[in-house]
Design a protein around this ligand. Structure first.
Ligand code: AMP
Length: 618
């Protein structure tokens, strides 16, 4: 039974707050929830309308913003004021997208190539985050209208290959739209959840998620075990989808009917009309053997056989991507337990047949492929709401996370393959007397030396009160939240001074980068162990030299001339050994210096103790 609270101020009944699942798509977006009665996920829609909201934004002269079906109608007539595919720009610089700049019929600003892109409409500039927030705001309003309750919390899905910058941008867009984004979930993970995969702890499966939408194609290979979804590989084509199928039909009709291509290009309305007819034919052919239509008196026909021949090359392209994804995951076709279909274009029978044939098993296509991702997001939202307590969705860190310590060594706080969310802390201390600050440099990677890893962030903990070296206790803690965003905090425990930083790397690692870093760590493992041992020996030697130096300065009067000379010689020898690449030599010299200083150090300590005892009345 759901709990119902009472708002004391207003006396009204308070339903438990709803968390929605949102699929923020390149072509279409939608919202889903777990139905309070049936406990099944459902996509939200008004009566007699589609649950899909085209991810299109239109700006009129007066600055009014329209999102969805109405905006989509303006794509052809007002291309400069109508923004589509904003998702393709998320977290990207102009440099990243310049190869495909002609794809965008609106103005993408290219003056500062390294910074994040902006779009110009009239005399206003919008970031992809702003644009996505308009779509999310529309989705929020629609959901509130349908559910008749405020919607403030959401789970939003992103492609598995989205990097930190793109995930953060999606989260920011949610915030701008007035949504508290509780979790960013990978689209293939959400799709798997919608098929009930991974909902039981003992589930152990390898899944291929084939996602062919309107404009993009993704294949993701996932492994589920112990409730953890691990992305083994991703592949695809960011410019391949249903639109290309429509274009292939348009071309076919142009050839058949003798429509002049130049005339067609000049007539925007006709172009749009023939494209819509092509889409109609494609959809019709998913359930029928031939299509007959008409446009301006011209007959437009196509049979299923002709259609299949037309699109075979497109389907073959996706099969090649599937094969590459398997190779990247070091898997064979027989290792895939389940194939899940996502995206409207997977309704094309040839697509289903070809993919089923490639993987050697029937594909899972019973859930509406347009809604499957949003439905999975709703399931995740329900889990977060605590309604499914024995199950927690987890991701893992692809690379180790740590900080730089003495001598440029990597000290790992969270090892690679750790579950997310995660928390780790370790104590450090100062190296010099009176040291008032400590640099905290955060790195990602598997190598022993920080110079071989990737720097994520750096900050200074300042204001440590003057204390002898080794006295301050600085606790460095790493917290990775559920979206994989890392917060690093440093706190001096005696004084309470603290500083923290949120690590949002703008340009993140691709799968290939991660793979390369892992391979490097294996190739260099032997060298790394040797280097670490040398650095540790050097650090120990330097610390010994410093403490000895201090001791001598303070107690010179209590030492014999011989002791002083021997100590100076041993210190010199140790200093020299540090400059050489021989850790054993350093250890020997450390021992020699210790052997010389130990007797007088003990003697002086004893003297100090007995002096102190004498002064005390027992
Ligand atoms: P999505 O981006 O997942 O919303 O997919 C939208 C694409 O799916 C568009 O290209 C649609 O034309 C296509 N689509 C929708 N229904 C069908 C269908 N029955 N047969 C073939 N393609 C379809």
């Amino acid at each position: 039974m759901a709990k119902i609270g009472i708002n004391i101020a207003t006396g009204s009944l308070q339903q438990e707050e709803i968390i929605v699942g949102i699929d923020l798509g390149t072509t279409n977006s939608l919202v889903a929830i777990i139905h309070p009665d049936t406990k099944q996920p459902v996509a939200l829609k008004e009566h007699n309308t589609s649950s899909l909201v085209p991810s299109v934004i239109h700006f009129d002269e007066a600055g009014n913003i329209t999102v969805g079906e109405e905006a989509k109608k303006k794509l052809i007539s007002e291309p400069q004021n109508t923004i589509f595919s904003a998702k393709r720009l998320m977290g990207k610089s102009y440099n990243d997208i310049k190869q495909n700049a002609s794809f965008f019929s609106y103005k993408v600003i290219d003056d500062n190539t390294e910074s994040l892109v902006k779009v110009q409409v009239g005399n206003k500039f919008y970031s992809p985050v702003d644009l996505s927030s308009f779509i999310l705001k529309e989705l929020k309003q629609r959901a509130e209208h349908i559910l008749k309750t405020p919607v403030n919390k959401a789970v939003i899905t992103v492609p598995a290959y989205f990097n930190d910058a793109q995930r953060q941008a999606t989260r920011d867009a949610g915030k701008l739209a007035g949504l508290d984004v509780l979790r960013i979930v990978n689209e293939p993970t959400a799709a798997s959840l919608a098929y009930g995969l991974g909902l039981h702890k003992e589930d152990e499966k390898t899944i291929a998620v084939y996602d062919l939408g309107g404009g993009t194609f993704d294949i993701s290979i996932l492994k589920i075990s112990n409730g953890i979804f691990e992305v083994l590989s991703t592949n695809g084509d960011t410019y391949l989808g249903g639109d290309d199928i429509d274009n292939a039909i348009v071309k076919f009709w142009i050839q058949q009917s003798g429509i002049n291509e130049e005339d067609l290009r000049a007539n925007k309305e006709l172009t749009q009309a023939i494209r819509l007819k092509a889409e109609e034919a494609k959809i019709y052919l998913s359930g029928n053997n031939s299509f007959e239509g008409e446009l301006n008196g011209d007959k437009l026909t196509i049979t299923k056989e002709q259609f299949n021949t037309l699109i075979q090359p497109l389907v073959d392209k996706t099969v090649t991507c599937c094969s590459n994804a398997l190779k990247d995951a070091s898997l064979k076709v027989k290792d895939i337990d389940v194939v899940v279909m996502v995206g409207g274009s997977t309704r094309v029978p040839l697509v289903k047949e070809s993919i089923g044939h490639f993987f050697g098993k029937p594909v899972n296509d019973t859930v509406n492929p347009d809604e499957v991702v949003a439905l999975g997001a709703a399931i995740q939202a329900d889990i977060l709401a605590g309604n499914n307590k024995d199950f927690l969705l987890l991701d893992i860190t692809p690379l180790s996370l740590g900080i730089e310590t003495m001598g440029g060594l990597m000290d790992v706080l969270i090892p690679r393959n750790s579950k997310i969310p995660n928390k780790a802390a370790r104590q450090y201390t100062t190296y010099k007397d009176g040291q008032g600050g400590m640099k905290i440099a955060v790195y990602q990677g598997e190598r022993d030396m920080i110079k071989d890893n990737r720097k994520l962030a750096e900050f200074n903990l300042t204001g440590i009160p003057g204390m002898p070296a080794g006295m301050p206790k600085v606790e460095v803690s790493f917290l990775i939240n559920a979206d994989g965003i890392l917060v690093v905090k440093a706190k001096e425990l005696r004084s309470g001074v603290e500083q923290s930083i949120e690590v949002k790397s703008q340009f993140s690692l691709s799968d290939e980068d991660v793979e390369k870093m892992l391979l490097d760590s294996i190739t260099h493992a032997k060298d790394d162990i040797a280097t670490r041992a040398l650095v540790e020996a050097r650090t120990e030697a330097e610390q010994l030299l410093e403490t000895t130096e201090k001791f001598i300065q303070k107690n010179a009067a209590l030492l014999s001339k011989q002791e002083l000379m021997e100590t100076a010689a041993a210190m010199q020898a140790l200093q020299l050994s540090i400059t050489m690449e021989d850790k054993d030599l350093i250890h020997t010299k450390v021992e020699e210096l210790n052997d010389i200083s130990r007797p007088y150090a003990e003697r002086i300590m004893d003297q100090a103790v007995s002096l102190a005892m004498k002064g005390k009345a027992i």
